[in-house]
Ligand binder design. Structure first.
Ligand SMILES: [Zn+2]
Ligand SMILES: [Zn+2]
Length: 336
């Protein structure tokens, strides 16, 4: 039997009796990162990277039982050596390598190979079996370098501020938000965060991440003026659901932008209900996926999480790899 199998509960290493990013309640769960499609509640014991502990507790409860590991540190479970390596996806994200009797597997979770200056950069790990995501596994997905994107975001913000209009930027509360925060030009105005993002920020700062100064708007946007913050010059980062609540109403008129890999497939001039779209993703684009797969030297590649049919066929036909699709139904993709 293979060292890792694909079960209805998720990736399973029977020898270590360990699940990786399991879908349902199990006894031992190794969690690659704290996004909700990977870190689910109800596990008896969690294992994750040291810098994921705070954010995992924030999301799943302070009382969870969690053991943590640094990158490159190994633990042994019933003869299986388990080691984490940087995945470059979001703060605290990790790939996991399992070795038993010479057989080497790497389950990469979500990743990007290009460093973002916030999360430790992806490290290619040699293995026989590589499990890869394929969220943006189509040749049309090719990202520009992040500085170009941040220059665009700062220019948009500056333009709004000089017109006296607040700027509202949508971003997931773990990863995307902090990556944006790190590169905003504070000379334009104040950077303000919705409560959900503020809570993540604090958990991540306590884990050692630094993404510059920001103002907490947990107490509501109306209170900002009292604190001497000029909302018309501010950039406000919030998760998409904040727009459907009364939280946003004190702002009045504002300019709205979204920051996502999916903006790459929006028709120009139509950003799906926002005024402006910026293409920025914490997932690998097509060239990065190929680069990552080939760098592992793996002869077996298991593709999940996205355009798995396309990527696995390409790897078979162009690179003569044994590539297959991880059974549908095993992993329900959320795309965070
Ligand atoms: Zn993720
Ligand atoms: Zn994911």
């Amino acid at each position: 039997m293979a060292l890792v199998t694909f079960t209805p509960l998720g990736f399973y290493c029977a020898q270590a009796d360990l699940y990786i990013d399991p879908l349902r309640k199990v006894s031992k769960a190794l969690v690659t990162h704290a996004h909700s499609d990977h870190a689910r509640p109800g596990m008896q014991h969690y294992l994750c990277h040291t810098q994921s502990v705070n954010i995992l507790k924030l999301r799943l409860g302070q009382r969870i039982s969690v053991q943590s590991m640094a990158y490159g540190e190994s633990v042994w479970m019933n003869g299986v050596e388990i080691t984490l390596f940087p995945a470059g996806h979001v703060p605290g994200s990790a790939q996991v390598r399992l070795i038993y009797k010479g057989e080497v597997w790497v389950i990469s979770g979500d990743y990007k190979t290009v460093g973002d200056g916030l999360t430790p950069a992806f490290e290619a790990v040699r293995c026989h079996h590589f499990v890869t995501e394929s969220t943006f596994g189509l040749p049309i997905f090719q990202w520009r370098d992040q500085q170009t994107v941040f220059d665009d975001i700062n220019a948009w913000w500056r333009e709004n501020a000089s017109a006296g209009k607040p700027s509202v930027l949508l971003g997931y509360s773990l990863g995307k938000a902090q990556r944006i925060l790190k590169y905003l030009d504070r000379s334009v105005g104040a950077v303000v965060c919705h409560g959900a993002i503020a809570a993540s920020n604090i958990a991540l700062q306590e884990s050692g991440f630094d993404f510059g100064e920001w103002k907490d708007a947990s107490g509501g946007l109306a209170s900002l003026q009292d604190r001497g913050i000029r909302t018309e010059e501010s950039l406000i980062v919030c998760p998409p659901n904040a727009l459907r609540s009364s939280w946003i109403s004190p702002l009045g008129r504002y300019s709205l932008a979204n920051c996502s890999g999916w903006m790459a497939v929006s028709k120009s001039g139509d950003w799906g209900g926002v005024d402006r779209g910026f293409v920025l993703s914490d997932h690998a684009d097509w060239p990065q996926l190929l680069e990552a797969v080939l760098a592992t030297g793996a002869e077996h590649v298991h593709v999940t999480h996205g355009f798995s049919e396309v990527l696995s066929r390409y790897l078979r036909e162009t690179h003569q790899l044994n590539a297959d699709v991880v059974e549908k139904g095993m992993l329900e993709m959320q795309g965070e």
